[in-house]
Write a protein that binds this ligand. Structure first.
Ligand code: UFG
Length: 343
């Protein structure tokens, strides 16, 4: 589809999830404007609309971009998002995530842009000992990352009250996989996420994979997570945007599949899909990790008619592996984050 339904500002649009959201927005007839400081993203991932290089701490720059495009909505992905790092540097997480979101909300409101799609996380729930997490579960984060995202959720509710800011909150479980057409995919440096780390080890780019903790109260002692394909995840965002543009209520949705896999099961799946040798080592627990994070996503399925069609663990790993084998991420690494030298 290529009807122009207006611009959508996508913060973090050069990043992993943001770039996949831009592709989905473009397919749905919107023009995605990637707003990104390229601190962790890649200019090469911005293929579906303009790139505006800027930082959420720069309010004048935000105002200039909103004035230029007069967007119909905002999708906010840009954030620090590593659980372990947030335990080491909580100040950075509270400052950058919360102030960045505040600056963005106020800039949007100044141009009367009142539909806000927010990337939140299951880390806002904390550890509930094997209980499936629904939207009704109490949010009691156990790390600064989850704490900062929960604060932004509260901020959105306050601005909804004061200024009529419309919003949809998505709480992601573990996002993985890549664009099946292999135009974009996951590339973090340093990489900390389990699936790309295991794939890199099968490619000989790492000597081994460390399993963080084997004494959790789970069947094999390793942490259990609910993995959701990035394409399914961004399709929910399009449904959330349509929901808001149709004037429906402000709402929070969990996005996962309802199935949990342990770290060891993920490693076994990657071994099976890639058929490659792998060295696995046991390591201590990583600070801030919950033992069990599995989503009850019935609300998104029922209300948004969301269908996580690519989110079997096999398909997630196959798509991620295809991306890692394509050589595109190696090319981006060789070129640097911004081949045109703007940053
Ligand atoms: N893990 C290892 N070895 C590694 C990397 C990870 O054992 O080398 C383990 C982790 O300890 C964890 C699981 O694999 O138990 C998944 O870890 P990831 O780092 O892939 O993902 P997280 O669950 O820590 O975090 C991700 C996102 C967050 C989001 C969270 C929700 O990074 O933004 O999912 O669970 F909030």
């Amino acid at each position: 589809m290529s009807v122009d339904r207006g611009h959508v500002i996508v913060t973090g649009g050069a990043g992993y999830i943001g770039s996949h959201a831009c592709k989905a927005l473009s397919a749905a007839g919107f023009v995605p404007v990637a707003f990104d400081n390229l601190s962790t993203g890649w200019a090469q991932a911005v293929k579906y609309g303009p790139l505006e290089i800027g930082d959420l701490m720069d309010r004048a720059r935000l105002d200039a971009v909103f004035a230029k495009y007069r967007p119909v909505a905002v999708m906010h992905f840009a954030a620090l998002s590593l659980v372990g790092e947030s335990m080491q540097f909580p100040g950075r997480y509270w400052r950058e995530n919360v102030t960045g979101a505040l600056n963005l909300i106020e800039a949007a409101l100044r141009t009367d842009c009142k539909d806000f799609i927010f990337s939140s996380t299951c880390a806002t729930f904390g550890d509930h000992d094997g209980v499936t997490l629904t939207e009704e579960t109490e949010q009691r984060p156990i790390n600064a990352y989850g704490g900062s995202k929960k604060a932004i959720e509260e901020m959105l509710r306050d601005f909804a009250e004061s200024d009529g800011l419309g919003h949809v909150i998505f709480r992601y479980f573990n996002v993985a996989g890549a664009d099946p057409e292999c135009e974009i995919g996951e590339l973090h440096r340093p990489e900390t996420h389990l699936i790309p780390i295991v794939i890199e080890a099968t490619q000989g780019k790492r000597e081994s994979v460390a399993v963080f903790g084997d004494d959790y109260p789970t069947p094999d002692g390793t942490c259990i997570r609910d993995y959701v394909h990035v394409v399914d995840l961004v399709n929910a965002h399009i449904a959330g945007l349509e929901w808001r543009l149709a004037g429906k209520e402000n709402r929070a949705f969990n996005l996962g599949t309802g199935h949990g896999y342990s770290v060891r099961e993920v490693i076994d799946t990657v071994k099976r899909v890639t058929n490659a040798p792998l060295t696995v080592q046991q390591a201590p627990r990583r600070a801030g990790d919950a033992s069990y994070l599995v989503s009850g996503s019935q609300r998104a399925i029922e209300e948004l008619t969301w269908r996580p069609l690519r989110s079997s663990l096999e398909t997630i790993v196959e798509d991620a592996y295809q991306w890692h084998q394509s050589g595109i991420s190696d090319q981006w690494l060789a070129e640097g984050r911004d081949p045109s030298g703007r940053t």
